[in-house]
Design a protein around this ligand. Sequence first.
Ligand SMILES: Cc1cc2nc3c(=O)[nH]c(=O)nc-3n(C[C@H](O)[C@H](O)[C@H](O)COP(=O)(O)OP(=O)(O)OC[C@H]3O[C@@H](n4cnc5c(N)ncnc54)[C@H](O)[C@@H]3O)c2cc1C
Length: 258
Amino acid sequence: MKVLIVYAHPERRSLNGAINDFTVQRLRDNGHDVQVSDLYVMNWKAPLDANDVRERSGEAPFHASLDSKHAFENGLQSRDIEIEQDKLRWADTLILQFPMWWFSMPAIMKGWVERVYAYGFGYGVGEHSDTHWGDRYGEGAMAGKRAMIVVTTGGWESHYGPRGINGPIDDILFPIQHGVLFYPGFDVLPPFVVYQSGKMDDARLNETREALGQRLDRLWDDTPIAFRKQNRGDYAIPQLTLRDELAAGRTGFGAHID
Ligand SMILES: Cc1cc2nc3c(=O)[nH]c(=O)nc-3n(C[C@H](O)[C@H](O)[C@H](O)COP(=O)(O)OP(=O)(O)OC[C@H]3O[C@@H](n4cnc5c(N)ncnc54)[C@H](O)[C@@H]3O)c2cc1C
């Protein structure tokens, strides 16, 4: 298997650095090809802006999605974006690894998503009409590939439990798992979460490595989260609301899991 790890942490001698080293080693020991996009080391440019388009005249107003479409279709994207898109084409599996910062991914990783997921690549794929609202949510350029989040949190597991004050972890991660990953077509595996990272010691780190190692060994066998596919009949189109008879009476994120 070919695994791309997109990794965001500013310090290699950190818990995330140790987890990243372990992940790469375990996957290679299992015979997989691994590439790591270490965003801080790459000095990844996070803001999406007009500099992302080569040979752009400064006269027309910059439009984030239309300029992206034009650049993607005409080979005018900034080179760093093209390189990351090629890595995604190459990979069978994507791992996003990051510390949870303000209930999401660090800004540098959000900038990777915004810039690499170009119009025509990450979104705007397939027919868009009143009967087919694009190839997305289970279809798209990443269909057939798998993805998984590896995240560390300061908060305890109970803080992210069903009645925890932070909100359930599945809800916190929904915009990434359903939005960033399922939207362009990935099959999304359950996340690997390291809670209460401030209480890490050698013994706990060993337990964490053991548990993560088992997940990495089953990357291709584990069952993905059963997010409902947009174009399988569960949703009315073009309203894109879940049909009344499915998950009757339920609303919110959980209703979109079969
Ligand atoms: C801007 C910001 C926003 C945040 N927002 C949130 C949030 O919304 N929700 C939330 O839950 N948390 C939040 N946090 C906390 C954050 O998630 C944690 O600080 C982070 O997950 C810890 O990961 P790290 O790699 O930086 O750990 P580190 O700080 O590097 O290490 C954590 C612990 O692991 C130990 N350790 C590190 N490396 C090793 C090693 N090689 N071997 C053994 N032990 C080791 C360290 O001694 C330390 O005790 C936030 C933090 C910041 C800075």
